[in-house]
Write a protein that binds this ligand. Structure first.
Ligand code: NAG
Ligand code: NAG
Length: 988
């Protein structure tokens, strides 16, 4: 509870911030909180004009949801005293309406703002606002008030400040904003998590705002604006320009030469420059903050940087720059913040530091070189005593942590994870670091020997020593970290009993990770009073029963331990997002109280001793979805449900009808029986992976399956399904198309990628699933999204393979073995060019093997044994390389087959099929879908990424982490995709 009351860390770059925030109406979370708790509007001497009060009341009537009662003071006569409202002392007119709900994450040159989800107002903006004729400042940022930005705002002619950032608007930016000729400040930052961005094809209206000093249109899609430079260049008084992520591609050669007052230029996350920054940028000599992060720039760092002598902050992160800084920086003496993270810098650190101008040596405050290939040691640390934040993670630094680090008394943030720093960290190293707030040393071959006499700095927030050596005894110094926010000592070689003070300690710490040790001990009988939000105890030897979960808990992972007994009757955990308990000895059934866990997104109870059915949730237990979201209907919010390897029974769970957001469902290895319901096709519209193998399901495969057009993996093997394979297979669009959205794929991939330490702080759900592929069970986590498969093996299916199967061109795995399928193997199988594994063994297929199989160049497993196939075995390409040990095993048990690799020779005039294959891509009878996959998956991940972490992310650390993600998203997505392609191409 002390946690939530923590005062935000003041911005580092306060002087710059001041220059900017004098124009900003950003209200800190504390201000919002206090406004909500004890509304105190500034007193007004002038009372309130009745017509304006009515206008405000109409506005209030448009607010349909105000969970934190922010408008509770909007009662009574004197509207000038309502919270967020201010009137003019002189005229009594309302001049300010400030209901800002954004959190400013980080200062220049990193700059992020996000809605404060807890305090959001929902509803719409009443047009009554236009009666506030004298309104000068309007700030509704971070609230969800309607779908598109209202045009009537263009009538508020007195406005000087308009902040409509992060409001979830989509659609066109109204050109009526151009009527606000007095505007000095305009922020319409778009594109918050589950909303598509706004767009504009024409921004010439900007030229009508000559007084504009601050313009932020970040994440507004400007890709169809022909020339963005010309209208922006009319804004000659502009001091701050932010066009982050605006999809601006082209750039006219003229440049922003007219902006003679510009101090902050943020064009990050665009590809507007090709790979080289144009020269006009270097003529903008007034620029103090330059952010060109993630602009796909490459080559060496440009010499022109040296022209910007007033530069205080420079962010060139997330590009592909190589080599050291240019030698032209001699006169850049004000540089305080330098971010070069996420480039391809592979020089020695000394060569890099040498290029920093001498005159900045006692000024440099923040240095971020993370995610490069920089080599060398850290012996230079002692001379950079002005540094407050140092980010060097994911490089190739080696050597010991020098004792000189003690001299860095200003250091608040030290992030060195994922290097090769060795030796010992002792009390002596850390004793001088009195300002330290964040220390992240994870994934270095370091030994941490801190004794009890180490008293951590008062402000210490985050301590990460994952995969450093701390054990075998449980380190006692952890006991004194009770003021921390995050502690991570996972994989640190601790082989000990959990000390009895541990539960007391963690109850005050928000994030605790002690996973992957050999820690013994028993869970407490109750988690009551625990304010922990994220608790990871996975892969230890903990025993006991899971107690009811406390209110604050958001993420709990106790997988791979020795928990026993049933789940708590009353789950609790109203805020729980992720619960991971796989591989324990938990028994009993899944309690009814699951229905009340409305925020649960991921539930993994696999590999336990659970019995019985899933609860049948009553409609009254389910929560109606909140407004503004794309998912309508009452439902549980579960996206990932993993229940495999238990003894659950009954029919396909009815509960799933209320889980329309589900993307991954795994019920394999249980005792489910009965038919699959037809509603599967209707009620699970977002499902991507569905696995029910090794149960006792029977009956036909419902045609409804093929309505699941995001389905990419369907495994119903080892059941008792009978009847035929549905002909509507081409409706499985998820198996035909590449996933629709590259970013989605990427995010999905990242979320499923294991061991990405940097993402841990987000509570990203690390999911791996085993698939039976190529005849053996493989653990897939990386690249899971590319695994497309149908496994119908070991059932009682009859009839033939529909030739439509040829349209499922993304299929990687097709297993129809151990059924009663007959007829020919359709030629169209040869069109499944991605196929790696094809198993048709133990059926009654007859006729010849289609020669088209030799087209399958990725094929690495083929089994056609034990059928009635006849004729000559086709040859060529990949077919000749398969199963090198004994290729005949692929064809054994087909007495009619002849030719290589069987010993039986074919008669001289044996036929071979060579006809070309016409495919049948008939999707006309496929049903459409209302909920998009992009939205669905993006919801899972985006909310994991943003929602929770933002809630507590006053700290730079989280922003940094976000930024890292951003680096990956915008730049290394290319690298990731390459990797993924490699996975695809070289599956082996
Ligand atoms: C208006 O009145 C308030 C309260 O009396 C005072 O704090 C504020 O400075 C005044 N504003 C102006 C512009 O005079
Ligand atoms: C520069 O700005 C002024 C006034 O804002 C405008 O009239 C002029 O056309 C602009 N010049 C260019 C080259 O865009």
């Amino acid at each position: 509870m002390a946690r939530t009351a923590r005062t935000p860390v003041p911005p580092r770059s306060s002087s710059i911030a001041a220059a900017v925030t004098c124009l900003l109406l950003v209200v800190s979370r504390d201000a919002i909180t206090s406004a909500a708790a004890s509304p105190k509007a500034p007193a007004s001497t002038g009372g309130c004009i009745a017509a304006e009060r009515d206008a405000l009341l109409s506005f209030k009537a448009g607010i349909t949801s105000d969970p934190k009662k922010r408008l509770s003071s909007w009662l009574g006569e004197n509207c000038c005293q309502w919270s967020g409202v201010r009137c003019s002392n002189r005229t009594g007119h309302v001049i300010i309406l400030n209901l800002s709900n954004t959190i400013l994450q980080y200062d220049d040159p990193h700059y992020y703002k996000f809605p404060n989800v807890d305090f959001q107002l929902y509803g719409y903006i009443s047009s009554s606002l236009v009666s506030l004729r004298q309104l000068k400042r309007l700030d509704l940022s971070g609230n969800i008030l309607g779908e598109s930005m209202p045009e009537f705002l263009g009538s508020l002619q007195s406005l000087t400040h308009l902040n409509l950032a992060c409001m979830g608007f989509y659609g066109r930016v109204p050109h009526q904003l151009g009527n606000l000729s007095n505007l000095q400040f305009l922020d319409i930052t778009s594109g918050i998590y589950d909303y598509p961005p706004m767009h504009a094809a024409d921004i010439s209206w900007l030229a009508h705002l000559p007084s504009l000093k601050y313009l932020d249109m970040s994440y507004v899609n400007l890709s169809s604006v022909v020339d963005w430079v010309r209208p922006v260049n009319m804004l000659s008084r502009l001091e701050v320009l932010r066009l982050t992520g605006c999809w601006i591609m082209s750039s006219s050669s003229t440049g922003l030469t007219n902006l003679t007052s510009i101090e902050t230029l943020d064009l990050s996350e665009n590809t507007l420059f090709g790979t080289v920054i144009p020269n006009w940028v270097w003529s903008m000599k007034t620029v103090k903050m330059l952010n060109l992060a993630s602009c796909q720039l490459s080559g060496s760092f440009p010499d022109g940087l040296g022209n910007l002598t007033l530069l205080e902050g420079l962010n060139l992160g997330g590009n592909s720059f190589k080599g050291a800084l240019p030698s032209t920086l001699n006169n850049t003496c004000n540089l305080r913040v330098l971010y070069l993270y996420g480039n391809l810098i592979s020089v020695e650190i000394k060569d890099l530091m040498d290029k920093l101008p001498m005159c900045t040596w006692n000024k440099l405050e923040e240095l971020d070189l993370s995610y490069n290939d920089i080599t060398g040691n850290l012996d230079w640390l002692g001379s950079q005593t002005s540094l407050t934040s140092l980010y060097l993670s994911w490089n190739k630094f080696s050597g010991h942590l020098p004792l000189l680090i003690r001299a860095m008394t200003n250091l608040t943030t030290l992030i060195l994870d994922n290097n090769n720093i060795s030796g010992v960290i002792s009390n002596q190293h850390l004793s001088g670091l009195e300002s330290l707030e964040i220390i992240i040393m994870s994934y270095n071959p370091l030994k941490v020997v801190l004794d009890e006499s180490w008293s951590p700095p008062f402000g210490l927030i985050d301590v990460y020593f994952a995969s450093c050596q701390l054990g075998p005894e449980f380190p006692v110094w952890i006991k004194s970290l009770n003021n921390c926010y995050s502690i991570d000592v996972s994989s640190s070689g601790i082989k000990d009993e959990l000390p009895n003070w541990f539960w007391n300690l963690v109850s005050d710490v928000a994030n605790v990770n002690i996973s992957h040790n050999q820690i013994r001990g028993k869970l407490p009988d109750s988690f009551q009073g625990m304010s922990t939000e994220k608790l990871i105890l996975a892969s230890n030897q903990l025993t006991g029963r899971l107690p009811s979960l406390p209110e604050n808990l958001y993420y709990l992972d106790i997988s791979r331990n020795l928990l026993s007994g049933p789940l708590p009757f009353n789950f609790g955990g109203a805020n729980l997002d992720t619960l991971i308990l796989f591989s324990n000895h938990i028994n009993g059934s899944i309690p009814q109280s699951l229905c009340k866990m409305h925020n649960l997104r991921a539930l993994d109870l696999a590999d336990n001793f659970l019995v019985g059915e899933l609860p049948h949730c009553l409609p009254t237990e389910l929560k109606p979805s909140t407004g503004g979201s794309f998912i309508h209907s009452t439902s549980l919010n579960i996206h990932i449900l993993l229940l495999s390897k238990n003894q659950l029974s009954g029919e396909f769970p009815m509960l799933l009808q209320s889980c329309q957001s589900i993307t991954i469902l795994d019920l394999a290895w249980n005792k489910y029986s009965g038919k699959l319901p037809e509603w599967i096709g209707e009620k699970l519209p977002s499902i991507v992976i569905l696995r029910i193998r090794s149960n006792k399901f029977s009956g036909h495969i419902p045609g409804g399956f093929t309505k699941l057009d995001h389905l990419r993996y369907l495994d119903i093997a080892n059941n008792s399904f009978s009847g035929t394979i549905p002909q509507s297979l081409p409706c499985l669009k998820g198996m035909i198309n590449e996933p629709e959205n590259l970013e989605t794929v990427f995010l999905f991939g990242v979320a499923l990628e294991n061991g990405f330490g940097a993402f841990d702080v987000f509570g990203l759900f690390h999911y791996s699933i085993s698939f039976v592929l190529q005849g053996q069970q493989l653990e897939y986590s990386k690249g899971l999204v590319y695994l497309v498969g149908l496994d119908f093996s070991s059932n009682k299916l009859s009839g033939h393979i529909p030739k439509e199967i040829g349209s499922l061109v993304e299929l990687v795995n097709l297993n129809l073995s151990w059924n009663q399928l007959a007829g020919n193997i359709p030629d169209q199988i040869g069109e499944l060019h991605q196929l790696t594994s094809l198993d048709l063994s133990y059926n009654q297929f007859s006729g010849e093997i289609p020669s088209s199989l030799s087209n399958l160049t990725f094929l690495s497993y083929l089994n056609l044994s034990y059928n009635n196939l006849s004729g000559r075995i086709p040859r060529g390409h990949q077919l000749d390389t398969l199963n090198a040990d004994d290729p005949s095993l692929m064809y054994i048990g087909n007495p009619g087959l002849c030719g290589y690799p069987l010993a039986k020779n074919c008669p001289e005039n044996g036929t071979s099929q060579g006809q070309t294959v016409k495919s049948h891509h008939d999707g006309s009878f496929c049903a459409g879908l209302s909920v998009g996959f992009v939205i669905g998956v993006w919801m899972v991940l985006a909310s994991l990424l943003f929602k929770k972490s933002w809630r507590f992310s006053y700290f730079h650390h989280f922003d940094r982490q976000y930024d890292r993600l951003n680096v990956f998203l915008t730049v290394t997505s290319a690298i990731y995709l390459q990797k993924a392609t490699r996975f695809k191409d070289g599956r082996s």
